[in-house]
Design a binder for this molecule. Sequence first.
Ligand SMILES: [Zn+2]
Length: 461
Amino acid sequence: MKRNYIFFVFLVFLMLKTSAQSIQDIINQTSLANVTLYVNELSGEVSTVVGGNTVTITHRVSNNDNNLAADYIKEKLTGFGLTITDQVYTPGATGGRNIIATQTGVTNPNNIYIISAHYDSTHNHGADDNASGTAAIIELARILSKYCTENTIVYALWDQEETGLNGSAYYAQQATNNGDNILGAFNIDMMGYDGNDDKHFDIDVRPIANSIAMKDEIISVLNNAAYGIDLIVNVVNPGSPDSDHSSFWNQGYSAVLFGENWKTNDITTGYHSDNDRIGLFNMPYYHKMCKLVVGYIVTVASPIFIDKTITQNGTSLSSNETGSTYQWVDCNNSNTPVFGQTNQQFTPTVSGNYAVQITKNNCTKTSACISFNVLGISDYQLQNIALFPNPVKDNLTITGIQNNSSVLNVKLVSITGKEIFKKILTHSNSKINMQSLATGIYFLEITATDRTKKVFKVIKE
Ligand SMILES: [Zn+2]
């Protein structure tokens, strides 16, 4: 019976898509589809899922049990892996409840930037006031939570803005009591409406702490041509105190209000009525406003970019991030570290799924798992393996390894069965130095991919 053997030699060179490596790339992740969905869910236009149940957030009215909205926000932010503070400052279903998520800076954890919006409303829907700002923050958290940041970002969604800025006032007082080093509180209130399509928006500011410099930094993000955010700023100074940023001004912190164009009264026609619905939004405007929020906060957060992609070629995997600390892990075994594999490059000796943990500037990120097949020698090829000279004095050469995408696992064993060493041989590296070994009889075990073995008796002279 004749058996036919067909060999496939795969030389795989796989360059995965390069991950986002600049602030511009992060800004471009801002999804209009996502924020539209969040606004629709928060303003009761569509149902959503909270706590595993299909629900509709029929309203978010202050002091009127708006806990379903708070639960929705909490679940979204928890899902991004952020640390949540469920801040109930007035107990009871109709009380006050802020949802706070913290992303702690890995370099300067005490440098705190706050991005905030109130989620409560005066009427049903409240799409522009202020599901628009709430949704922008959820989208920002989705994007930025994937990165380590040098500074700490606090995502804050306030309750009871409409009844006296109660939620933010409580938080800002606590921050003062704790001595929190808040470098800026960026507060959004109403950001989806541009009725005359003139692309204008307002920044309300006052000369309190570094609020003016904060405003300038927002404008510098706006003016970065590479970001392509073609909006037009109106600086209002002295700015309105009628939203949550003024709770921070009152404590002497830097803060600004960001939103649509109150200065020329181009605000939603549904303001403080049941008509404040997403149908009135100017979607291209809203998308750009969200991008500006993301661009500013990402800039002050100062992300640490780690390239998590891996390049695979024939016999090895290589992290595309340079100059870092590495640990290769076995994805098939709960990401257990592969012992001793702490270089940028890794040559697996066993087929499997591998990932690399990369540590840089106190930030550790793990790549996706990559399937790797060790291109070993087949049972058939094993029949072609031979060695010479035998008896041997110094170098023992192994022949029959067909090409460099095949590797051969060999083990030298003494006559008493003691392992002397293991080695991986290739076509171009197929010699074993026997010079320093004592004279006598040895056994060279050669293992094929399918685990069949061949053993040669070797005589050392
Ligand atoms: Zn508002």
